[in-house]
Design a protein around this ligand. Structure first.
Ligand SMILES: CC(C)(COP(=O)(O)OP(=O)(O)OC[C@H]1O[C@@H](n2cnc3c(N)ncnc32)[C@H](O)[C@@H]1OP(=O)(O)O)[C@@H](O)C(=O)NCCC(=O)NCCS
Length: 134
């Protein structure tokens, strides 16, 4: 996965970045921007995503890094909108989206998750450049 992230960053100049602790440069996970390869009901889009090692949960690191990624999305790349999505039961990820003040924007069935799986129903959040600081 690191190789894939690296090659996309090389190709586009941005992507899912490694997240490190500022004080020690310890690698803690990834946070960043991505164009989903799947066709989704709201495509085309750029998503924001995150995954941290468990021992680094509960410290505000995902939200801090995601705010940095949103700054890049809106102030450097001049994107108009960022989306985020996750399984409806992934409350920790949804809480990050809500801390970023993304707007809950309905649900959809993720076609890559088998029918009948509790992970199939996803919720979508959106954040428009115009409303970020409103
Ligand atoms: C999603 C994920 C990144 C969220 O991590 P998280 O630690 O819950 O989120 P944050 O880093 O923003 O931390 C927020 C928590 O830190 C707390 N916190 C502690 N110190 C803090 C500080 N200085 N500033 C802000 N928050 C702080 C907050 O109160 C909050 O705690 P709470 O969850 O008890 O309310 C993590 O659960 C994860 O990696 N999950 C697996 C991968 C995954 O599901 N990714 C999404 C797939 S779509």
């Amino acid at each position: 996965m690191a190789d894939k992230c690296h090659s996309l960053i090389t190709e586009r100049g941005w992507g899912f970045w490694a997240a490190e602790l500022k004080e020690s440069n310890q690698f803690v996970g990834f946070v960043g921007l991505h164009i989903p390869s799947d066709q989704l009901p709201f495509s085309p889009c750029v998503e924001i995503g995150w995954r941290l090692a468990y021992q680094h949960w509960g410290k505000g690191l995902a939200t801090e890094a995601a705010n940095g990624a949103l700054n890049v999305a809106f102030e450097v790349l001049h994107l108009r909108e960022i989306v985020a999505f996750t399984a409806v039961g992934n409350y920790r990820s949804r809480a990050v989206m809500e801390r970023l003040r993304m707007q809950e924007s309905g649900t959809f069935d993720h076609h890559q998750v088998p029918e009948g799986s509790a992970l199939r129903k996803h919720c979508l959040y959106r954040l428009a450049y115009e409303t970020r600081d409103a």
